[in-house]
Design a binder for this molecule. Sequence first.
Ligand SMILES: [Zn+2]
Length: 456
Amino acid sequence: MNDDVRADLVLRGGRVHVLDAQDTRAQAIAIGDGRILAVGADTDIEPYIDAGTDVVELEGRAVLPGINDSHLHASWLGGMWPDTVFGAGGPREGALVHDDAQRREAILRAGEVIASLGITSYTEPGIGPGEDDGPTGSFGQPVLDLYRTLDAEGLLRARVNLLLVFGLIDGPARTQAILDGIRDADTTVRDPARFRIAGVKIFGDGIPPMRNAYIHGRYDDGTHGALLLDGGDDDEREAHLRTAIVAAHEAGLQVAVHATGDRTIDVVVDAVRRAVAQHPADLRHYVVHADLLPRDTAPLLAEAGMGATIQAGIAAVTSEWAAAATGGPVPTPDWPARALFDAGVPFTLSSDAPVLPPDWRTEIAAADRLLGPAADARARLHELLRRYTAVPAWQDHAESWKGTLEPGKVADLAVLSDDPDAVGAQGLPTLRIERTYLGGEVVYDAASAPIATGEA
Ligand SMILES: [Zn+2]
């Protein structure tokens, strides 16, 4: 090593999970200037220590890359917390926040909650003018302006990727409003590593239990759902969805489409494939939820360079309702994780908080249960942890500088009370998050935790 390299911070004597593809494990990690200098055995890291180095003795604790929740409505979460949609206090009717002071407080509160869970990156999936008159007050243009302000003030506690929305969250959209919004989108930011406007969120349809997911077959009441974009009939609405996806692609914006019905997913994937064939660009468009993903469509996502983000925790709660509503052949509970997995799609796991709490430990445990017994439990756990770290970094176009604990990457870390390997996927919820580092700086320390997180 270079004798001039001295670490600002060293954590040693623990279980450091690099979460690279090779599943590298180490004892210690050295950090300088907010970046990872080295990982290795304690003896490998020793030369990085000098009188000015802050040395943390892990005493067997584990270190993971900072968690990246790739679908987390932080502004909404902060307005509702500690209630959640499926939790004791929810869902709540009406406005959660009424003015900029409350909106600001909500984003800051969410920042505290997620830092306390070891989360250092998230995607805020849908903020923009489509929601200016929205019922919650949590998703409109003022929230986007506040994100810019809080970023400039250095008050964001995590790296944020934001998707613009030009219709209502979980509601209808005028296609012309989406096209105008895409044309006029201002994605300039101060530092995209901290706050980035990634692209556009489009709501394709609803959800199967409500019989408003757009499906090839029929629900028990004879209906088949409809797309949320305007249009006189199914054909016109499908054409509008395709037009919106192509417009975003041509504008260089990443597109995330809320798509749960098999018919919606087929339209989205076909539109992306055509757009990419016409104008090749690595934009990593993705499907959000993908509940009724057709098996034959899964490989097409991979071919088109697409990803997906899914929520095993929600599937565990809603799959029986969905089964009742679809009335016919229904997906097994491990769907669509199994199909995406088998097709090699770079899919992520996420909370969709505040639908559920933003707790990656319970989400991974739920995904592990849905997938059933694993031939190699340790490999399964590694795979699922990567869906909250390395794979969402790919979704963020940031895999070269975050998502694993490899030298050169940013020092975003979560320190856990014990080794995930020791407790397994089902034991993850018993692990405490003890400290969270963002770019080498402590953004949460359980020893001086300022807020109740609603955890046991
Ligand atoms: Zn969502």
